[in-house]
Design a protein around this ligand. Structure first.
Ligand code: C5P
Length: 419
């Protein structure tokens, strides 16, 4: 089921040049299946026209608090109550000030005052205006009132200045909107995720690696972020941008991945403790016995080259062995592994879960159609220490990740409520 399908989104637009970016947000939300009602201020209509907003949203725009077209003259109440989410983008300094002081002298501000559900605000203004103590006071007040903020970002401004004040990009805004609407089953939790391949260097120019794209791990990271977790993403070389809000730890070899994962897992004093590890990385099982400092030369046309390989540490098995569901410090953690199998996947997977000692293992048969490296879908069977065995159908990796995060959340809730 498409996440946005049937969602009602009100988009309030303030009078700022960044309103052009909001047009893209409206277009993409509508394309994704949401119903979008634009509510521009009069100032916003100096930057984008009502016709543009109407054409992109496919809905009549609302701009007049006293519109004779509103059936009961109660647009501000009806819109405030019916929306799943209200987004204000761009939120100008003036609009933030009016929201913070509870003014209600036009449709958008009245609607925001009448709103009880989630509101997401994307500020956009000159850096001096953003940094001004008055704006910062208003932002603090609004945060206290439970308003969510996305951005502003730093960079070059339309006026030529540099600094913080650029409105968040449409993709970021859409992701923030999605997070605002996702139940926070991992709120306050810290999750470490490994993803992608590792690279085991032979010499300065060659390495052993595999075809892992990192897509599954990325999807899991995104699902965990949406569920409210702090995410540490320990990843090998992949061609994907770090998901918004994740703390990325880029590594090369399996040994580096082990070090980085343990660093997060055993978090130094003062840092939040880790609650879950989800290890999706395709870690190379072997590395060259020696990494040569000079490039290996082709000495003779027909001579063979024999590589001596040594086994890499198994991060999943090590983490599980050291941790257990109830560790000595009383902090309960959940460890999840992935198993890419070919043939007899369930039997092999069950044995692997026991061997690796993890709480959950997501098994997938990489030889099945639609599964495996680089695909956007995956068919997973989830098995657990508790004897669970759930076969999920072929699903987009995004949905597999959501179901997995749900399972992790359930397990955490249970271990935290079981004495
Ligand atoms: O043994 P296999 O490679 O099939 O195990 C897969 C699971 O173990 C994955 O979760 C993978 O991330 C993890 N793993 C690991 N360290 C290794 C090998 C695998 O963490 N050296």
């Amino acid at each position: 089921m498409n996440f946005w399908h049937g969602k009602q989104i009100v988009i309030g637009l303030g009078g700022g040049i960044a309103a052009y970016k909001t047009l893209e947000v409206i277009r993409r939300l509508r394309e994704a299946g949401a119903t979008v009602t634009p509510v521009p201020t009069q100032a916003a209509l100096r930057f984008v026209t009502g016709l543009t907003l109407q054409a992109l949203s496919g809905e009549p725009i609302r701009e007049d608090l006293f519109s004779p077209l509103a059936p009961d003259g109660m647009d501000h109440i009806r819109l405030a109550q019916a929306a799943d989410l209200v987004i204000v983008a761009p939120a100008t300094a003036d609009l933030l000030a009016r929201m913070a002081t509870g003014q209600a002298d036009d449709l958008l501000s009245a609607l925001l005052l009448a709103r009880r559900g989630p509101v997401l605000v994307a500020p956009a203004m000159n850096p001096a205006m953003w940094e001004h103590p008055a704006t910062q006071r208003n932002v603090a007040t609004l945060r206290q009132d439970g308003i969510g903020f996305v951005g502003p970002e730093s960079g070059a401004m339309a006026c030529g200045d540099q600094g913080s004040g650029r409105m968040a990009e449409p993709a970021t805004l859409l992701e923030a909107a999605r997070r605002a609407l996702t139940p926070k089953i991992l709120a306050g939790r810290r999750v470490v995720i490994t993803a992608g391949p590792t690279r085991e260097e032979l010499d300065p120019v060659r390495f052993l690696s595999n075809h892992s794209s990192g897509k599954m791990g990325w999807a899991v990271a995104l699902a965990a972020l949406r569920a409210g977790a702090r995410v540490d993403l320990v990843h090998g070389p992949v061609a994907l941008p770090v998901p918004w809000g994740a703390v990325a730890h880029a590594v090369g070899s399996a040994c580096e991945m082990l070090d980085a994962t343990l660093d997060v897992w055993l978090s130094a004093p003062g840092n939040p403790r880790c609650d879950a590890a989800i290890l999706t990385a395709a870690v190379a099982d072997y590395r060259p016995e020696k990494r040569l400092n000079d490039k290996i030369k082709k000495e003779h046309a027909f001579s063979e080259l024999r590589l001596e390989l040594t086994q890499n540490p198994d991060i999943l098995a090590m983490l599980s062995a050291w941790t257990g569901m109830r560790s000595r410090d009383g902090h309960q953690r959940v460890i999840v592994g992935f198993a890419a199998e070919t043939g007899n996947a369930l039997t092999r997977g069950k044995a692997k879960r026991i061997r690796k000692g993890c709480d959950l293992l997501a098994i997938n048969d990489v030889s099945a159609p639609g599964c495996g490296f680089g695909t956007d879908t995956n068919a997973v069977t989830l098995i657990g220490r508790d004897g669970r065995e759930e076969a999920w159908p072929l699903l987009p990796k995004e949905q597999v990740a959501e179901k997995l995060i749900q399972a992790v959340g359930d397990l955490m809730r249970n271990i935290h409520t079981t004495p």
